[in-house]
Design a protein around this ligand. Sequence first.
Ligand code: ADP
Length: 268
Amino acid sequence: MTTAHDPELTKAADDVNGSGPPVMLPEPEGAIAEAQAGGRPMIVFDAVKKVYEPNVVALEDVSLTIDKGEFVFLVGPSGSGKSTMVRLLIKELEPTSGRIIIGGRELGRLKKKLVPILRRNIGCVFQDFKLLPNRTAFENIAYALKVQGESSAAIRSKVPEVLALVGLSHKGASYPDELSGGEQQRVSIARAFVNHPPLLICDEPTGNLDPDTSVGIMQLLYRINQTGTTVVMATHDREMVDKMRRRVIALEDGHLMRDERRGGYVNR
Ligand code: ADP
């Protein structure tokens, strides 16, 4: 049975067009934004293969295109290659063969000095939040901006704005251990989105959260997608994937098994 018309998520869609806090479009910056303006695909995998030493084939001949503005689920059992895809996208890993193109730029040819710009244009959200425990929610987001060389004035204006966007204006002074799991994930999404990157990559963002909290996180990611940001989300969360009826790319043993425009977690 599918739950395509889940009232919670329908409401999320309505909220996006309604009275929620304003969401700014990403500022044009770097190769990805250029590509957005030109209407090129956001992500291209061209016959990508990844073999870990000595001989673990994590991805085999994966080819796909993700257009700007899409919301894509990446699904598959543990060990199917999802995290490898995510790590290739942020150039934390290099493919063994094949090409990866993001925003019109082939990552294999990207000059070293441009890698920080690539990373600044890709927000990342992880299952375990990766927040600094000895810093407040505000400071966690501010720290990410500082590392990128942002001015104090920019930090003072951007952090409250993004905290409001994720519904945590009142929690800026809280430390991670004073926040619920869902709130911690909101802070980590705020940190990933504070510069309004054109691409947001989420690796199991609801993996540590209960179903109700996960719905709230999905609503937030949906709203971020509605601002024009491309969202790629690796997940095990079958129920969520089935509810959202978005594009589903399914991996199995490193092979691309399925690519459906409005899919569910498994073939029906
Ligand atoms: P998923 O995210 O879907 O669980 P992964 O991309 O983490 O899958 O893993 C794909 C395959 O690659 C698995 O067989 C895994 O054991 C292997 N693998 C992942 N990372 C490494 C690594 N650093 N060294 C060797 N093998 C790895």
